[in-house]
Design a binder for this molecule. Structure first.
Ligand code: CP
Ligand code: NVA
Length: 305
């Protein structure tokens, strides 16, 4: 049976933990030709730097080949229905890595494709980002269980994947968002259910200082995600008190790490001194996309014995 990765939940806690450990080994061990001659389609409806480059190199380093398909070329759901695109690509490639506006498009792709589908960012989740982030936390802190992760900002795709993965792996997760931009109720309840099993906590607040108090990791993301550009002005006002700066970081643990998935908007969600400062792990996060995605591809595409 093919495996898809649409949400971090698809991995299960043991699978996610194993994947992060495998990514650590891959990072230390360099290239291994685990996927000779395999083909992967990168089907993107939105722009990308990190995801496109790191998936392309991950597949190449494992001995396979990537094809990048831009929105203009494919016209997902416009030039051709999504299920037809899924069926056609399944005749050519071994895996579809898709970045889409609507998560429903991913679900349709996964339902119709006979090959694996990996979420390279949707409006609901960004699982590969969260996995790379947890690899980074594991490297920086030497563990995951019991780490306190504070997220300040929009309850968006990145926040959702981080909340769920935290709850799966025993990381205490707190999130501070302005009214109207909190984590949605379904994600909150899934995170609470998973946290009850792993023994971690999930805290939602409107106060960034409360969220970051004694945190080991302070994380933020853009106030305006791709596809929300028309809301940028209104969001800048709503999020004005949710900037990660030196004053906010001083409430975290003295050894706290700053994280951001990038691209960052210097002077909006984070000040340049924090982004470029000693506590910042943002470029490790970007590098770790490569290592963790090699582990994802190997776990999804190589059949278990
Ligand atoms: N963090 C991330 O997914 O970056 P890109 O949008 O550049 O791929
Ligand atoms: N929340 C951001 C993440 C970009 C990697 C967006 O969806 O645009």
């Amino acid at each position: 049976m093919k495996k898809d990765l649409l949400s971090v939940i698809d991995l299960g806690p043991a699978g996610a933990e194993q994947l992060i450990e495998e990514a650590l080994v891959m990072k230390q061990g360099g290239m291994r030709c685990l996927l000779p001659w395999r083909s992967v389609a990168l089907l993107f409806e939105k722009p990308s730097l990190r995801t496109r480059v790191s998936f392309d190199l991950a597949v190449a380093q494992l001995g396979g080949h990537c094809l990048y398909l831009s929105p203009q070329e494919v016209g997902l759901g416009q030039r051709e229905p999504v299920p037809d695109v899924a069926r056609v690509l399944s005749r050519y490639v071994d895996c579809i890595v898709a970045r889409v506006f609507s998560h429903d498009t991913l679900v349709q792709l996964a339902q119709s494709a006979t090959v694996s589908v990996i979420n390279a960012l949707s409006d609901v989740e960004h699982p590969c980002q969260a996995l790379a982030d947890f690899l980074t936390i594991r490297e920086r802190k030497g563990r995951l269980k019991g780490v306190r992760l504070a997220y300040v900002g929009d309850g968006n795709n990145v926040a959702r994947s981080l909340a769920l993965l935290s709850a799966m792996l025993g990381v205490d997760f707190s999130i501070a968002s302005p009214s109207g931009y909190q984590l949605d109720a379904a994600a909150e309840s899934s995170a609470r259910r998973l946290a009850a099993t792993s023994g971690s906590s999930v805290t939602l607040t409107g106060d960034p200082f409360q969220a970051v108090k004694d945190a080991d990791v302070v994380y933020t993301d853009t106030w305006t995600s791709m596809g929300q550009e028309k809301e940028a002005a209104i969001r800048r006002v709503a999020f004005a008190d949710f900037q990660v700066n030196a004053a906010l970081m001083s409430h975290a643990h003295p050894d706290a790490v700053f994280m951001h998935c990038l691209p960052a908007h210097h002077g909006e969600e984070v000040t340049s001194d924090i982004l470029n400062g000693e506590s910042s792990a943002v470029f490790d996060q970007a590098e770790n996309r490569l290592h963790v995605q090699k582990a994802v591809l190997a776990q999804i595409l190589i059949p278990a014995d």
